[in-house]
Design a protein around this ligand. Structure first.
Ligand code: M7G
Length: 322
């Protein structure tokens, strides 16, 4: 998320999306709101697009975190209003209106981008997703060839991965390297890790180059997968002094990069969130152990953004209609 400022009526604006520097504050009463461009119940954010002084403006509002002390007071404050929604056995649900004096409870974090350029509008506008159920046939006839074509038409596609594997980049960041040709892998911090101990995020990248993704896995890969699971977990738990069971290892389908890799995150991390692209490594190993070609034959369902090139390809060949 970009830098943001708290505002009370008007805001100093700025940010890396702007091509020009702007030091002007925005008078919100003069903003013409045009539409909602993103709205998420999960993140408790809403983003508006509008016009301010004849130029596009983006206003993103986010409910702030609870402050323990004031929230605690507000619960027992006699001025707090509680409207019962329903009562069922030991459960009840209310709409709570805190007393007006509880300012922190009604505060909202606002991020303003003005003037907003195309790049910023694209970044802050929600793109719809669909759930796609990819059958064995879909993979064989459409998705597999699409991946092959992507890999062969761009020889630099996996460059960053090979740079790490061959010790040309991020050398000092690698925390473990087993160079076995069949079962070897290295562990390195993910690009997204901010280096905070709160949200450790690591990647295990295998040395062999013939596994593009989950679909390629079969029982011949069990020694590699078990090595990543067992050694990877041991090394990371030891290095970051965590207890057994706190580490989550998973494989994305689809990944963004078609060279087999496994994500590692601690479940107690502040920003820990699972997604429908996650396939737990333990489940992957279990499925392959039960059925050699489980991932070649299964229908795999995943969320697909309408801006993803694969979505376009599925539409192009008539597998998706809109
Ligand atoms: P993925 O499951 O293929 O796709 O994961 P996702 O990005 O949609 O999760 C690839 C992972 O590689 C991501 O978590 C990226 O943050 C990470 N990553 C990408 N690049 C280009 C680099 C890089 O250059 N270095 C490192 N260390 N990680 C990267």
């Amino acid at each position: 998320m970009m830098d943001s400022q708290k505002i009370h009526g008007s805001a100093p604006v700025g940010g890396d999306e702007l091509s020009t520097t702007n030091q002007e504050t925005v008078d919100l009463s003069q903003v013409q709101i045009e539409k909602v461009i993103d709205d998420s119940n999960m993140t408790k954010m809403i983003t508006f697009q509008g016009i301010y002084k004849a130029k596009p403006i983006i206003i993103r509002l986010e409910k702030t975190m609870f402050v323990e002390s004031t929230t605690k007071q507000s619960i027992t404050d006699s001025q707090t209003k509680m409207d019962l929604s329903f009562l069922n056995d030991i459960y009840s649900s209310y709409i709570m209106t805190p007393a007006l004096s509880d300012e922190s409870l009604s505060q909202i974090q606002a991020t303003i981008i003005w003037p907003a350029n195309e790049k910023a509008l694209a970044k802050y506008t929600h793109i719809d997703k669909i759930f796609f159920s990819e059958t064995y046939g879909d993979f064989k006839n459409i998705v597999g060839p699409y991946i092959e074509n992507m890999l062969s038409s761009d020889e630099n596609y996996n460059n960053w991965v090979y740079n790490i594997l061959e010790g040309r980049s991020e050398v000092e960041r690698v925390i473990y390297n087993d160079i076995d040709r069949e079962t070897g892998f290295l562990i390195t911090p993910d690009l997204k890790w901010s280096d905070s101990m709160e949200d450790v995020y690591l990647l295990a990248i295998c040395h062999r180059r013939d596994i593009r993704c989950l679909r390629d896995l079969n029982s011949t890969h069990l020694p590699l997968l078990n090595n990543i699971l067992n050694m990877g977990t041991k090394i990371i738990e030891e290095k970051f002094s965590r207890c057994k069971g706190q580490l989550r290892s998973y494989v994305h389908y689809h990944p963004s990069f078609y060279h087999f890799h496994v994500h590692f995150k601690f479940v107690d991390a502040g920003n820990y969130q699972s997604t429908d692209r996650d396939n737990l490594l333990t489940t992957v190993i279990n499925n392959i152990s039960l059925m050699n070609d489980y991932y070649a034959k299964s229908t795999l369902t995943y969320p697909l953004s309408k801006s993803n090139a694969l979505y376009e390809e599925l539409k192009r060949v008539g597998r998706l209609t809109k």
